[in-house]
Write a protein that binds this ligand. Structure first.
Ligand code: PLP
Length: 394
């Protein structure tokens, strides 16, 4: 840890633990201590760690072919794109390597679409408290000042409105607007859900204005909310969608999906990336998606999520320090009335990985295969920690 702190860029505040191994929902540190993982690499390892089928797909492909670039066709990439097209609203897929890159592609495609139609529309309406990434375009699209501090001037062309405020969005859409970009459920902003009817109203607004709807499903996608994509909960589909995080269960991948008419705006040379959709990563992603659907993992996530939320609501009834419990599926936040970092540290001590967003929100994003017994152990641990805090406060 001391060596890492000397040589690594200081962009992360890390927990004082070296993780060396993982299996299912458990990881172990260098001293052999076990932790139950409620972070899952920040909503990434949806099948848990070292899933045997994903490991096998990865190793088989690694022994055959790592990489050839997108100058050639490869089978795993084509099969993955086909799977995604078959299971979503989209007709075409662009592969990249991260969430920010998937959003970059989405932003560029939206602008290019109107350029091809000779319409002067380039502005994108985004939500306050949103998070879309750390590259210059995606931090410009992010509705949190702290992400932009020190990097101004940010890219022009992004307008911000409060999430769930359709009237504000109507006012923000002008003749220069090309798209609305939203997370269907805000993740990093504190696990914030759309109010009933909001996403439908946004879709109608986009249709009336003739502009594109982009959903950032980087955190909500791939089963996290108990559906393959969160948009399925709301009966609203976008024109463009970005994916990353859980798509390959931990290998770096991003994807931008679009309807045919929109995707047409990206011809050869319009956009590219050397590693996008490389065979090893796409083989792992394809197997991840097959396991998720064949083994009923997504339905289980919906059911386990309901159980988890009910246990957390019981906890809220017992502890005044819990302000709110919010979530869908296994994307859950518990807002506290004070900074939650001490709970993260105390949880680590007791063998749980949890993390904290927006200072006061504990975020739970375990592997979707998490068992009820693990949830019970975490809730009991939190119960004890909160009772201890209350005793000390008296
Ligand atoms: N969009 C959302 C909704 C995210 O939650 C994240 C990451 O947390 C990103 C974009 C950025 O993804 P990445 O860190 O892979 O660039």
């Amino acid at each position: 840890m001391a060596q890492a702190d000397r040589v690594m860029a200081k962009t992360y505040l890390r927990q004082p633990v070296v993780i060396t191994r993982g299996e299912g929902t458990t990881v172990w540190d260098a001293d052999g201590k076990a932790y139950t993982d409620f972070v899952a690499g920040i909503a990434v390892c949806n099948l848990g760690h070292a899933h045997p089928r994903v490991v096998k797909a990865l190793c088989d492909q690694a022994g055959r072919l790592f990489h050839v670039s997108n100058l050639y066709y490869t089978q795993p990439q084509t099969e993955l794109a086909t799977w995604l097209v078959d299971h979503s609203f989209a007709d075409r897929v662009f592969f990249c390597n991260s969430g920010a890159e998937a959003n970059e592609a989405a932003i560029k495609l939206a602008r290019r679409y109107f350029h091809e139609r000779a319409e002067r529309r380039h502005r994108i309406v985004c939500a306050e408290k949103s998070f879309h990434g750390r590259t210059m375009a995606t931090l410009s699209a992010t509705g949190q000042d702290k992400i932009k501090t020190g990097f101004q001037p940010v890219l022009d062309g992004f307008d911000f409105v409060p999430f769930n405020d359709i009237a504000a969005m109507k006012r923000a859409v002008t003749g220069e607007t090309c798209a609305v970009l939203l997370e269907p459920i805000q993740g990093e902003g504190g696990i914030r859900l759309p109010e009933p009817g909001y996403l439908q109203a946004v879709r109608e607004l986009c249709d009336q204005a003739g502009i594109l709807l982009i959903f950032d499903e980087i955190q909500t996608g791939i089963g996290r909310t108990g559906k393959l994509f969160a948009y399925e909960h709301y009966g609203v589909s976008p024109d463009i969608m970005s994916l990353a995080k859980a798509l390959a269960n931990g290998l770096p991948i991003g994807a931008m999906l679009a309807r045919e008419a929109v995707a047409q705006a990206f011809g050869p040379g319009a956009h590219a990336t050397t590693f996008g959709g490389t065979p090893v990563v796409t083989a792992a992603a394809l197997e991840t998606l097959r396991v998720l659907t064949e083994e009923g993992v997504i339905d289980k996530a919906a059911e386990t999520g309901r159980y988890f939320m009910s246990r957390l609501r019981e906890l809220k009834d017992r502890h005044a320090s819990i302000v709110a419990v919010r979530g869908v599926g296994l994307m859950i936040g518990m807002e506290m009335n004070a900074p939650a970092a001490p709970l993260v540290a105390a949880g680590l001590d007791r063998g749980f990985l949890v993390n904290c967003i927006q200072e006061t929100v504990l975020r739970f994003a375990p592997p979707l295969v998490v068992e009820r017994a693990a949830i019970d152990r975490l809730v009991d641990c939190l119960d004890g920690l909160l009772a201890g805090e209350e005793d000390r406060a008296q």
